[in-house]
Design a protein around this ligand. Sequence first.
Ligand code: NAP
Ligand code: MG
Length: 504
Amino acid sequence: MAETLTATSEDIAVELTPSKASPKPGKLFIGGEFVDALSGKTFETRNPATGAVITDIAEAGTEDVELAVRAARKAFEDGSPWRKMSPRDRSRALWKLAELIRQNADELSELETLDTGKPIFESSKFDIPQAAECFEYYAGWPTKIAGETIANTAGGEALVYTLREPIGVCGQIIPWNFPLQMLSWKVAPALACGNTIVLKPAEQTPLTALRFAELTLEAGIPAGVFNVVTGFGPTTGAAMVSNPGIDKIAFTGSVEVGKEIMRTAAGTLKRVSLELGGKSPNVVFADADLETAAKYALGGIFFNQGEMCTAGSRIFVEEAGYDAFMSVLRSRAQKMVAGDPLHPKTRLGALISEEHLNRVLNYVAVGKEEGANVAIGGTRIGSKGYFMKPTVLEGVTNQMRVAQEEIFGPVASVIKFKDIEEGIREANNSQFGLAAAIWTRDVKKAHNVAKRIKAGTVWINTISTTDNAVPFGGYKASGFGRELGRAAIDLYTETKSVWVDLNQ
Ligand code: NAP
Ligand code: MG
């Protein structure tokens, strides 16, 4: 990943590439139809590279959410086309969705880049293909979901077996950093298990979810199985979480909203799974291949402008390797420039919004006040669009706010450590536990440290890779529940135990 982060121009191209896509105004997708919000209200989605409005999007209120939930409930009921669909046909429908994503990949990539500001290179090589692969992976599951027979330990003659059943109507609330990919991580396993869905994309990035909604009809997913309600978190999102017709909420986003969702979901005892970001340590030992470690450290923090829940935002470097590692990191970071997201050579795009850019810039100021040194970057680029220089803070200690709070932007905090014990202790000294990376040539050290790091994913001599077959999720404040792989099948099914008395 790090190799792809090369310079394109001194600054942002003044003339941005004209977009070929012209998104229609976005409507709600309820019961297989595109409809306006009952209130008629709309909001704007903007292009972060220019700040210009792309199109208007319907704003769902409580009543619209209720209609979507009813459509999803009806589609889930016994006797509905979805419930009657065999696992084999469900599998085919998921595979068809993957094919349709691939057939429409150019358009989806462009929509994703327009809405998020991420480079088209990333949308077209990463986000969109990975979404298709996620549907391909879960297309294999409907025919393999099975319960088990269990020996009865209490004596007596009984047959006990379990059934794996879909949970029902799943409310899925996703963020703006990887819109279609986050959709695929939630929608593909939920459909594989036979659930129905009400999805809320982030207000900043609704376009690919709406285009995907059209594809579900083409793929033969029955009306009402997949619904999209666009709108704002505190209104549309909150209406989903409190709606008694939704059986489960799956959420990816901030810690604060995650807590709020848990509190509200308690009212109706919904199942909840949360993926809440992190402050992932990237621990570089002096015996590592320091050049490779430095190259990958850049990808770990600057891919997707650092707007990544797994971003390796705390770079811990063992003192003995500090100078060698930092000279590579500094010289490569210096060469990275942000550019027009639609230009195929751009490797660093725009941040999601002006508000978010200001939040990230404020963290640079906070870091300076705390005594960190801005070694690279630290400032906005130009005044059009929300571009920022890749930023490296040195002289950071793990107690500073820039080391403890999620910045969610292109800001790396570099922290020195003395030895293995201090490295592990400080890496774990965080409210978060989503991911961690370790760099060393010592096999024993690598596995021992991996064991002692409190995180849902540990990378050894690599960073930021995920795979549809590999469980993903957090320890501690990074949330709970595991997405992807077989783990997501557990997340989207209930287990029912059936007892049959066989006593004569
Ligand atoms: P957020 O507010 O947590 O938003 C995530 C999703 O939840 C969005 O769809 C949002 O809707 C919705 N939402 C917001 N308030 C809600 C509520 N009360 N009830 C139900 N749903 C609600 O995150 P954000 O504002 O996009 O970003 C803020 C910070 O969150 C970031 O700076 C970063 O630290 C973290 N974040 C983490 C991840 C991750 O992958 N773990 C992703 C994105 C952000 P609207 O956006 O439409 O209002
Ligand atoms: Mg937008």
